[in-house]
Design a protein around this ligand. Structure first.
Ligand SMILES: [Zn+2]
Length: 319
């Protein structure tokens, strides 16, 4: 097991807008930053100190590991619990494909950054897309290659390590990825370079202004050791303000999990709920898969053509 005590940086300025006007939002125990804290199999939940920017509302972990440290942790992450939720993750992948198709009229080339075991890309391939995936977890990458067939271009690397030519893709997606990266603005800039003119970028992230986050505070299940960033509508919009790119949609969608998994996760954050696991098992409902709204936010950006003619109005769905 790897533990990373050295070389973590303490953020003092907002990683989105650069403001130094920040305040302590939540004071948690120092994060473990080891294999016990990363991924759905985690047993450690300490999320550390969460700061909040007074100017843009962005929330961020004060302790920020370097990219190469994170890469090593994600490469060897325990994915047993993640992979046990196949049915729910397949339903969520189908939901993501429907969001994609709402904004893209015909299939083209798509890159999924952090594609996990490839279920979203599998949905896209079935709908006629030419798919490419990046997944730093070795085991998940192998599973995605198996799911999509041996020849599918699924690479065990991060976006920073990829060397695709500019303007390679009609769509780039990152479902539940941006909260994990030390420099979200730079990460989005790199993703946008890979889009063809007229292409679309889809991002889903935790929403710090959601009802769930505001009501549950430190018990919100998305406060996790591996999450470095917590967004709001304003701070997510500010992540991507370069010319030639327009925010065209904001929305929220549920994820699907088994009741057994939901109770397990809820019991980790609210110990009083742990007996519900035994009740669910006794009632034989632990395997039933249901939608759950975690308090997330998705955004769609359009890379306009050179003349900047795109005048799409902002679509707001379900938030
Ligand atoms: Zn800020």
């Amino acid at each position: 097991m790897e533990r990373l005590d050295a070389a973590v940086a303490a953020a003092t300025e907002c990683p989105v807008c650069g403001s130094s006007h920040t305040k302590l939002y939540l004071d948690g125990a120092p994060p473990a930053l080891d294999n016990a804290a990363f991924g759905s199999s985690r047993t450690e939940l300490s999320f550390g100190r969460i700061l909040r920017c007074r100017d843009c509302g962005f929330g961020f972990a004060e302790t920020r590991p370097a990219e190469d440290q994170l890469k090593r942790l994600y490469r060897q992450m325990d994915v047993a619990v993640y992979e046990s939720e196949v049915q729910g993750r397949t339903r969520t992948a189908r939901r993501h494909r429907k969001i994609l198709q709402r904004y893209v009229s015909k299939p083209g080339r798509i890159l999924d950054v952090g594609c996990a075991s490839g279920r979203f890309l599998s949905e896209c391939a079935s709908a006629g897309w030419t798919v490419t995936g990046l997944e730093p977890s070795r085991i998940l990458c192998q599973e995605a290659q198996r799911l999509l067939g041996g020849g599918a271009p699924i690479f065990p690397i991060t976006l920073q390590e990829a060397d695709f030519p500019e303007s390679s893709f009609n769509a780039v997606t990152m479902w539940d990825v941006l909260e994990h990266v030390p420099c979200p603005r730079e990460f989005l800039r790199q993703a946008l370079c890979l889009l063809k003119p007229g292409g679309l970028l889809f991002v889903n992230v935790p929403n710090l202004d959601s009802l769930q986050a505001r009501c549950m505070r430190r018990r919100w299940p998305l406060f996790l050791p591996e999450h470095l960033n917590y967004f709001t509508r304003e701070s997510l919009a500010r992540c991507c303000t370069q010319s030639g790119v327009r925010l065209i949609a904001l929305g929220s969608r549920p994820v699907s999990f088994s009741i057994g998994y939901i109770v397990h996760r809820a019991g980790q954050h609210v110990p009083l709920l742990r007996p519900l696991g035994r009740i669910a098992a006794r009632l034989s409902i632990a395997d039933a898969v249901v939608p759950v709204w975690m308090g997330e936010l998705y955004a769609v950006w359009n890379k306009t053509n050179a003349s900047g003619r795109s005048q799409d109005a902002l679509v707001v769905e379900g938030i």
